[in-house]
Design a protein around this ligand. Sequence first.
Ligand SMILES: [Zn+2]
Length: 615
Amino acid sequence: MKKLLIATGICLAACAPKKNLKMTVENHSYSNYKAVKVNHLKLNLSVNFDKKELMGSAVFDIANTGAATTMILDHKSMVIDHVAVDNKEVKFEIGPQDSILGAALIIPITPETKEVAVAYHTLPEAEALQWLSPEQTHDKKQPFLFSQSQAILARTWIPLQDCPAVRFTYEATIEVPPHLMAMMSAENPTAKSKDGKYTFKQPKPIPSYLMALAVGDVEFTSLGRNSGVYAEPGMLKKCVWELADMQGMIDSAEALYGPYAWGRYDVLVLPPSFPFGGMENPVLTFATPTIIAGDRSLVSLVAHELAHSWSGNLVTNETWSDFWLNEGFTVYFEQRIMEKIYGHDYAEMLAEIGRGELQHTLDDLMQEAPDDTKLFLNLDGRNPDDGVTDIAYEKGRFFLRRIEELVGRQAWDEFVNGYFKANAFKTMNTARFIAYLNQHLLDKYPAQQQQLDINTWIYGTGLPKDAPVVNSKELKRVNEAVARYTKSKNPADIDTQGYTTHHWLFLLRGMPALSMADMAALDKAFGFTGIGNAEIACDWYTLAAKYGYADAFDEMGIFLKSVGRRKFLMPIYKNLVKTTTGKALAEQIFSEARKGYHAVASGSIEDLIREAQPK
Ligand SMILES: [Zn+2]
């Protein structure tokens, strides 16, 4: 707030935040999007790594269908330099700041207004933008920038109507340092330009949370008909090998649920400090480098992001309370892609692991916040990120799987195909989905309709009794091995032939209490310490930290210094800080590793170490 006032000093009279303004908030947005329709965005930005700043303009083609006297945009962590309406500079107002929503940018317009142009620059704290130093990248030579707009962070790098109910097309000109490449959620270059200028076009209307930008020293390799991968030069080869099945996934997805709508499907593998898994930015998925396991065992993440090209990007949740429509459909669809490529047993194994994670979340939430176990969440007045739990993903998936069980796969698949086609490039909310589901599917199956209690599934807490049961043959095999091992403590009793990453995880998570000798014997038998697969490494080093298995500590330190995904860091640090010696080790590793971590990750670990009470 302070920074904003100082920075906007030159136009203080026109744009000082108006504390007495009472703003209406709908769908986590101040914008009057129902009255003022944005059709197209022209974005013009230059990228300044030294200042951690984007500077330029956002120009909107609008139709003032509601004859509104103002156009209201969302914005946060940025300075509005000036605003023009149909090429004429106007005085604008800024509403009061909210820590979650930012502030309203209020622009006077007339019923005839066609174009609104906002000149602005972002502030270093813009939450959507991650500015990485060369040290935080894989090759350690050039800086890197990437955005993460979902759920309501697009407003921290573009002033816009930031809510998923609004769709618009866009074009952009992005200027970057000449030795770097710019990429967006649009048609992308495959080579660097000489002058650092790039132009983009996204001719399909998208919601604001799918606006995306990345800038870095990356190269491109094609993977097939309409797919390819971008990565830093030093890791590109590995990425290409790992993602070899990607074209097959696209073809399988199309065979299941209709044509892919976005032209190309490429993946950008981000530097190690990317603290998340993946983001389904249209045309260009952003992915964590930890999927590069060296054995193609973690590519279900790509199947997930690809599936979003239909569920989410094509048919979009209208509000964040309807988030389960995006994610539940996507997890369901992801499993169908995995089944097509790797077979039923493999896909069922993933589903059972998902079921286990759902149970974990349900156990926690039913104690702390039972209402958050409903599929349809009331997120008014809350940060929409509160809705990002396994409930939307896994409970959503099992609800859809239950419908498939009831009506049979053929009828269900026909319905899903029709659903994507009829609602393409539109938004969907929970109530309309239920009506659509009844009208286009369940009404034809009255007996099954009777059996399905939709209201309990969607508006009730916990997991309904008729939730599908998953029985993975593969995991049963692992359970039996764990039972044998628990009695004998002899690693030879574990037959690991044909094990994938998921078998190993299930094995490690099912282990009984282990002595130092047990840890050493397991390590000798299976070579866990120093393993390249980040998922297995994380689970193994978590056990090493828990039991104080010092032989693994050197490699554990190397792992903690080379990986930045928070999901992998937290369990290891959490177990380390439980003892005095472990805490000292955690502090020592963290002091060296933190420069490679993203702020989201280092902040969490810092809190963890500070609050630790070792025994
Ligand atoms: Zn997702």
